[in-house]
Design a protein. Structure first.
Length: 416
């Protein structure tokens, strides 16, 4: 079966996580993604956090599957010539270098457009063009602090906290992928390429949308009723850290289950949906609360919400997180066990759906990765191993018209 992005050639000038996450996804969907890496070194993640000496680290293999690798020193004249040829026959160039690096290499947007008017140049930067921090280099946690995630994550009595989820990196890569597909669609109509830019700060802020909602509510009324600070604590003039509170209209919290004393993940997330109050009371054996005016409405429950959570924890005391969810699901209560990475890695449903995929790598052997979170009725995403450094250099140079002798000379001069 042909893949939807087959025929789209992408020069993948990305490194670390934000850019590679984007191009990996496009490769899964059929694009020919040529990862351009510095000869001898390659993407820094090949050697970061290695678990097997001398073998590409999981950090690299899990973000670069289904790609081809071309080594190329794009600061050398011959390297620039090869890149120029590639640009002329490609559809997209994706990069996430530090600010100005592509320009310093001699490949400004204007120049690339001259070489190939249909080219889409897609960039990730820490901050957007023209921003007063536009010159800054940025990594994941820097972006989480810049985009509002850190200031609103954690507990009220603790410092700003970053999330383990890659809100700055992979999330920005996903935004960029949407931008690239939009620009490809636009090119179908106009024939022209364009520049697509996504900043990590903007992408984090996009996911913190509800916190900007809360800032405006706080400005108007001075409190936020779904936060643990309400009604017994106090609010300042900025959105506080809400711990594990539900961010929407229904209160929720992480609750202890049997074994929490020794198992750091023996917890469930429990949500009190307004209209599910009666089933919740039945599930936890508190039928008397169903019609009690002190508990009947969300507003009545608000000032004793943590006492209610405490009562639910009493009920959870003799149940594992899985047993608890098995009871609560029968009452239609939105909840989940807090799942560890180990549990996720071995989850039969995630294995069956391909969300946890086992991949073969030439040197490493088998390893696990996260497969496509997007499922299609007409596309089966197949995850292949990541390329070795420069694995496809010769075949790509050949396809650009270089002879065997020329290729040997380029290796000799360390251009590739
Ligand atoms: N051949 C020759 N030179 C190459 C090359 C190649 N194939 N690939 C990269 N280079 C050069 C670049 O041209 C650049 O050179 P100059 O700075 O001399 O012009 C140099 O390598 C370093 O690039 P960099 O600034 O991207 O690298 P860094 O390690 O200093 O910074 C990072 C890394 C991630 C902080 C920075 O790239 C950045 O801010 N990127 C944008 C934001 C981003 O994507 N961050 C997320 C990373 S995931 O956590």
């Amino acid at each position: 079966m042909s893949k939807p992005l087959e025929g789209i050639k992408i020069i993948d000038f990305t490194h670390v996580q934000a850019g590679p996450a984007c191009t990996q996804m496009l490769a899964w969907f059929g694009a020919d993604v040529i990862k351009v890496e510095r000869p001898g070194a390659g993407d820094v993640t090949r050697s970061q956090l290695r678990d097997i000496p001398g073998v590409d680290a999981l950090y690299f293999t899990m973000l670069n599957s289904n790609k081809r690798s071309l080594t190329l020193d794009t600061k050398m004249a011959e390297g620039k010539e090869i890149l120029t040829k590639l640009i002329k026959e490609s559809d997209v160039l994706v990069e996430n270098f530090g600010p100005g690096a592509l320009d310093r290499m001699g490949f400004t947007w204007e120049h690339i457009r001259e070489l190939n008017p249909g080219m889409i140049v897609a960039s990730v930067k820490g901050f957007s063009d023209g921003h007063h921090y536009e010159d800054l280099k940025v990594y994941e946690n820097v972006a989480q602090c810049a985009g509002g995630a850190a200031s609103t994550t954690g507990f009220d009595d603790g410092p700003p906290t970053v999330s383990a989820a890659a809100l700055g990196d992979s999330n920005t890569g996903m935004h960029l992928a949407i931008g690239i597909l939009t620009a490809l669609r636009s090119r179908d109509v106009t024939g022209r390429g364009q520049k697509v830019a996504v900043s990590m700060q903007d992408s984090v802020l996009n996911l913190c949308r509800v916190k900007l909602r809360d800032q405006q509510r706080l400005d108007r009324v001075g409190y936020l009723e779904e936060y643990p600070q309400y009604p017994h604590g106090s609010f300042s003039d900025v959105v506080p850290r809400g711990g594990n509170a539900g961010g929407g209209g229904q209160p929720g919290w992480v609750l202890k289950c049997k074994g929490w004393e020794t198992d750091p993940n023996a917890y469930i997330y429990f949500t009190i949906q307004g209209h599910a109050w009666a089933p919740i009371c039945r599930a936890i054996g508190k039928e008397e609360w169903i019609d009690d005016p002190a508990y009947m409405t969300a507003q009545a429950r608000q000032d004793k919400i943590f006492d209610i959570f405490g009562t639910i924890e009493e009920w959870l005391k003799d149940k594992t997180k899985f047993e608890a969810v098995d009871v609560l699901r029968k009452f239609d209560i939105p909840c989940s066990p807090v799942l560890s990475m180990k549990e996720l890695a071995n989850d039969p449903s995630l294995r069956a759906s391909g969300t946890i995929a086992e991949v073969d790598h030439k040197e490493r052997g088998k390893y696990l990765t996260v497969g496509s979170p997007i499922k299609f009725s007409d596309l089966k995403v197949e995850i292949k191993g990541s390329p070795l450094l420069g694995e496809h250099t010769d075949e790509i140079l050949e396809s650009l018209g270089y002879s065997q002798n020329q290729i040997a000379a380029l290796h000799e001069q360390r251009v590739v």
